[in-house]
Ligand binder design. Structure first.
Ligand code: AMP
Ligand code: FE
Ligand code: ZN
Length: 292
């Protein structure tokens, strides 16, 4: 049975990864913004609080999702999964693998940061201060708090972004495994922000075709790319994604990639998946999981 769903922000981080709000706080913020649906899409982790593929909390529909880094053509992509069963084994295994890769990367970056700065850092105590998955934004905060740099942007520019003094790439799970695991968990996979794929790959369309052949159902069309001018990313915007979704008959998803207050990215509900598209998405999930 498909509910009468309305538009939703389908890209939201919480304290389970590098967001600054809990699921409960997200629900409160959604109510304040007249946002009837949100999807929680943390990096490599599903908040413990979420037990089902979808639930209604204080009148807000909360879709259980995830955002997983994956490899395609030696290039980093991110795959969102929606309406996933958080208890399903193959998805849990893929997330655990992704977290192991992340931990290895964090360890190297912390070591390099110690060499590059006078800071005495220790990944265990950093992890202890973080609820969920440690990411580069946490390291950026530490650099700012210790006066090494005066902003998160500078922390990324000088140390953490590609080309920065402590940047270390993360190993990635092959895309086919991520897509298969999301589907095993009854979920619907969608390619996150295709306009954030490295410009070294000039064929985003070819990538999406390959992903679709592997079972990708959707593509994140609506995303706050901003107007940053030429970047190191492929030139592929909202209109391009919309066109590609039409031509490949893919679902269209979208969201704000909100990280919460104090993150520099507090924009919950600023980008939404329209009601009709959300309905289609939920229908595909319901076809896969009759309990929806
Ligand atoms: P990680 O998953 O540890 O690689 O960190 C990725 C996160 O870092 C993204 O979700 C962004 O929130 C943040 N991020 C990446 N690049 C930048 C940047 N140049 N400035 C600020 N935040 C960034
Ligand atoms: Fe992302
Ligand atoms: Zn995200």
């Amino acid at each position: 049975m498909v509910d009468d769903v309305d538009g939703g922000d389908l890209h939201v981080h919480t304290t389970a990864s590098d967001g600054t709000s809990t699921v409960e706080e997200r629900v409160r913020q959604a109510r304040e913004r007249n946002l009837p649906t949100i999807a929680i899409t943390d990096h490599d982790r599903i908040p413990d609080r979420l037990d089902d593929p979808v639930e209604v909390v204080d009148d807000v529909t909360v879709v259980t999702g995830v955002e997983v880094r994956a490899d395609l053509w030696d290039t980093k992509i991110e795959i969102l999964g929606y309406f996933v069963d958080p208890t399903e084994k193959s998805l849990s295994d893929v997330l655990e693998q992704a977290r192991t890769y992340r931990e290895e990367r964090n360890r190297r970056m912390v070591r390099d940061l110690e060499q590059e700065t006078d800071l005495d850092l220790d990944l265990e105590s950093i992890s202890a201060n973080v609820n969920g998955t440690v990411g580069r934004p946490h390291l950026a905060d530490i650099l700012v708090e210790n006066g090494v740099v005066d902003s998160v942007a500078a922390a990324f520019r000088e140390f953490l972004a590609e080309g920065g003094a402590a940047f270390t790439p993360m190993e990635r799970v092959p895309y086919g495994e991520v897509i298969a695991a999301v589907r095993e968990a009854g979920g619907v996979p969608s390619l996150a922000h295709p306009g954030r794929i490295s410009a070294a790959t000039e064929d985003v369309e070819g990538m999406v075709e390959e992903l679709a052949d592997a079972g990708l159902d959707g593509i994140e069309v609506w995303y706050p790319y901003g107007e940053s001018g030429p970047t190191r990313y492929a030139d592929f915007g909202v209109a391009d994604a919309d066109r590609l979704a039409e031509s490949l008959d893919l679902l269209k998803t979208g969201g704000s990639d909100c990280h919460g207050p104090e993150s520099g990215k507090f924009r919950l509900g600023a980008v939404r998946t329209p009601r009709d598209e959300l309905r289609k998405l939920r229908q595909v999930a319901a076809d896969r999981n009759p309990s929806l």
